[in-house]
Write a protein that binds this ligand. Structure first.
Ligand code: ZN
Ligand code: ZN
Length: 284
């Protein structure tokens, strides 16, 4: 079922050249990595997008980082050329650049598409597309023909306006900033699902990401959030998790506890601060 990437020369082939990857039937992972530096190391983060294709229509979940639009567009067109149903919907988990930064260009490039999810404020940036925005609330579903995309509770979120997405057919959860963790290009993790990246220390990288990007996890009891996450996963019977920044999770039972371990560990440490800073003295 999974289109396993060929391992030969994988490190030398940019991930943008190896996508799309089908992570569940009709669910395609697209986009590219973003290089970041932290504690002297080169981390890669994903700003992934996913295309969910039904019998009649497809929905794009997230738009990718603004720099990735040419890659996202190429991946989408490759899928449509293969006969995947046309793009009718765009769902973004929240209003942050790596998630919705390509929104205007998607709506422009695919003039029949509608923006769905939380749509607050987008009409202020794109008044020309206001008539193509449809708000969703928890439990609302978009019918794609044989499957639907549902808005579900965003347990680990960045903004208050966040919704998570859920594919009702293959039971794929799209948690936006939930399950966020970086990976190492040098170790060949790019384009792998979490269970294939055996050398990736998931508790460590998920703790780092929480430290850098989800400040509120320092001030909350993450045991409560992790329990709620378990509850959501059980209630929806989630089979696959497709995070925007982390590697997709295809063995929920084995991998989710490792990510939760990182969230709980990060919550107990003081905030380390954002990306590498040059000290004021050194900069002079
Ligand atoms: Zn994010
Ligand atoms: Zn990478």
């Amino acid at each position: 079922m999974l289109d396993k990437p060929t391992t030969k020369n994988m490190i030398d082939t940019p991930v943008a050249e190896r996508m799309p990857r089908e992570i569940a039937p009709g669910v395609f992972w697209i986009g590219d990595c973003l290089v970041q530096r932290h504690k002297g190391k080169e981390y890669h983060g994903y700003n992934a997008a996913f295309l969910v294709s039904g019998n009649d229509a497809s929905i794009l979940v997230e738009t990718g980082h603004p720099k990735d639009f040419p890659v996202i567009e190429r991946h989408l067109n490759a899928l449509f050329a293969r006969g995947v149903a046309p793009l009718k919907y765009l769902f973004v988990t929240h209003q942050e650049t790596p998630h919705c930064g390509g929104l205007g260009r998607i709506l422009k490039t695919f003039p029949d598409s509608l923006l769905v999810g939380d749509v607050s404020d987008y009409h202020l940036a794109f008044p020309q597309y206001e008539h193509r925005m449809r708000p969703m609330l928890e439990g609302d579903e978009i019918d794609l023909g044989g499957r639907s995309l549902m808005a579900v509770e965003p347990v680990i979120r960045d903004l208050r306006t966040t919704w998570w997405g859920f594919d009702t057919k293959e039971r794929v959860l799209f948690p936006g900033d939930g399950f966020a963790y970086s990976h190492y290009h040098e170790d060949g993790h790019c384009g792998l699902v979490a269970e294939e990246a055996v050398s990736l220390d998931l508790p460590d990288v998920s703790s780092t990401f929480a430290d850098l990007a989800l400040f509120w996890t320092k001030f909350a009891d993450m045991n409560v959030y992790c329990d709620r996450l378990d509850h959501l996963i059980a209630r929806l019977n989630v089979k696959t998790i497709a995070p925007t920044h982390g590697l997709p999770i295809t063995d929920v039972q084995a991998t989710v506890p490792k990510v939760q371990e990182g969230l709980k560990a990060a919550a107990l440490k003081p905030e380390a601060g954002t990306n590498e800073k040059v000290s004021a003295v050194a900069a002079e």
